[in-house]
Design a protein around this ligand. Structure first.
Ligand SMILES: NC(=O)C1=CN([C@@H]2O[C@H](COP(=O)(O)OP(=O)(O)OC[C@H]3O[C@@H](n4cnc5c(N)ncnc54)[C@H](O)[C@@H]3O)[C@@H](O)[C@H]2O)C=CC1
Ligand SMILES: O=P(O)(O)OC[C@H]1O[C@](O)(CO)[C@@H](O)[C@@H]1O
Length: 385
């Protein structure tokens, strides 16, 4: 039986990637910092994936899974040395944390003369696998760098399945029925593995940009505007005609840029389908989850600022993306550390600093900055009144 090691037994880990690997006949070992979750998976060796749209529900069992807690470095290294594939869904900021132990596992493979393996980072981040590799290379000497490049492939991927916050019940994961896992074939070392659900592509860029700049951008705009208006979920926020208009407009603005760059077809259809997925009543997807970590989401290459800047650079006005950015600047959910940090930065260092150092905008982006500030002041006014 082929073996997979998956870092992060959270929503995407169990509800999407681990699920597909298991259904493709892999023995899946999850690695996670959550000891209770690891103990549950080891005790039961199974969980269910509940696919739901509205009232329609399908329950699919996932069996034969194992887990290792992140502290058990020796065990993880051993598992990596025996694996046929290594995947992650830990969140972009955690890639740096797991790079070290994956590297040790890869060095062990080389030492024992084992076959090369592929490491696929399944995160909402452009070229996440490449980032993970770079973290490993950064902390390596010349010889180790050569070994890592020889013993492992790091194909980049785009992952798309909405998995909302779950009730604290490890036995099941609620997901939407839809999924898309796109992997860049040229980055894969060795013979392509048969994994159900993967779409192999020659060039990932159009797919990942479509995912991050249309879907995730629209989702984020909805989350931040919904939060400001006091809505709890994405679906509830989209019942507000103003929010629906802005979200649709933001996705269309990003589509305008993408159609110029990639000669894409069918983007309007993609937007429509995405909105239908957002409106899935079964997900009860909280605006605070979708808006989580606003400093990350407001950075220059991320879902909001990058398409807005691209549209502005094309000479058009990204009015809806700018409104989403303005709303993100007002996201002050007290349980989100980045939201608190953002609030503090705005108070102590001021807006100009945030626009420069968080959003990465400069004087050259004067038109975009003006648009963001107009919306920011309007939203601030609405909030106070
Ligand atoms: N939830 C969703 O609908 C989607 C999420 N994503 C991406 O997938 C990634 C994971 O997101 P979610 O599954 O929603 O988050 P999550 O918070 O449910 O899962 C992350 C898991 O990683 C674990 N973790 C943290 N540090 C770790 C470490 N050092 N070693 C091993 N495990 C560790 C956490 O305990 C948690 O179980 C993110 O990059 C996200 O952007 C992508 C598409 C959809
Ligand atoms: O996982 P992130 O990057 O914090 O962002 C949440 C986004 O990820 C997703 O969970 C899945 O793509 C979307 O629902 C949402 O746009």
């Amino acid at each position: 039986m082929k073996k997979a090691v998956h870092f992060g037994a959270g929503n995407i880990g169990r509800g999407f990637i681990g699920f597909l690997l298991s259904r493709s006949g892999f023995e899946v070992t999850f690695v996670d910092v959550d000891r209770e979750l690891v103990d549950y998976l080891n005790k039961h060796g199974r969980y269910s994936v509940v696919e739901k749209y509205g009232e329609k529900e399908t329950v699919i069992p996932v069996e034969g899974v194992k887990a290792v807690v992140f502290e058990e470095e020796g065990e993880i290294i051993k598992k990596i040395s025996e694996a046929d594939i290594i995947t992650t869904s830990v969140g972009p900021k955690v890639l740096e944390v797991i790079a070290g132990v994956i590297k040790k596992g890869l060095l062990k493979r080389e030492k024992e003369n084992l076959e090369p393996v592929n490491v696929i980072a399944c995160e909402n981040l452009i070229r996440a696998s490449t980032h993970l590799k770079e973290y490993m290379l950064r902390d390596s000497d010349k010889q180790e760098r050569e070994i890592i490049s020889k013993i492992a492939g790091f194909p980049d991927a785009a992952v798309d399945r909405i998995v909302p916050p779950q009730e604290r019940d490890y036995s099941k994961v609620l997901v939407e029925p839809y999924f898309e896992w796109t992997v860049e074939k040229p980055g894969f070392k060795g013979k392509i593995l048969e994994i159900k659900g993967i779409t192999w592509v020659e060039d990932l860029e159009p797919y990942i940009e479509r995912k991050i700049f249309i879907l995730n951008a629209g989702h984020a705009v909805c989350a931040y505007l919904g939060y400001l208006k006091g809505y709890r979920t994405i679906e509830e926020s989209l019942q507000d005609p103003d929010i629906l208009n802005t979200v649709t407009g933001a996705m269309r603005e990003a589509a305008f840029y993408l159609s110029k760059k990639f000669a894409f077809e069918g983007l309007e259809e993609y937007i429509k389908k995405t909105l239908d997925r957002f409106k899935n009543k079964a997900l009860k997807d909280r605006v605070e989850r979708v808006g989580r970590e606003p400093l990350r989401k407001l950075s220059i290459n991320e879902r909001l600022v990058r398409p807005a800047k691209e549209v502005a650079d094309l000479g058009a006005k990204p009015v809806n993306l700018a409104k989403g950015i303005a709303a993100a600047l007002l996201f002050d959910y007290p349980e989100d550390k980045e939201a608190l940090r953002l609030k503090e930065m705005l108070k102590n260092q001021g807006m100009e600093y945030v626009l420069n150092y968080v959003l990465g905008l400069s004087r050259e982006d004067a038109d975009l900055i003006r648009l963001i500030m107009e919306n920011y002041n309007n939203l601030l006014g609405e909030r106070k009144s």
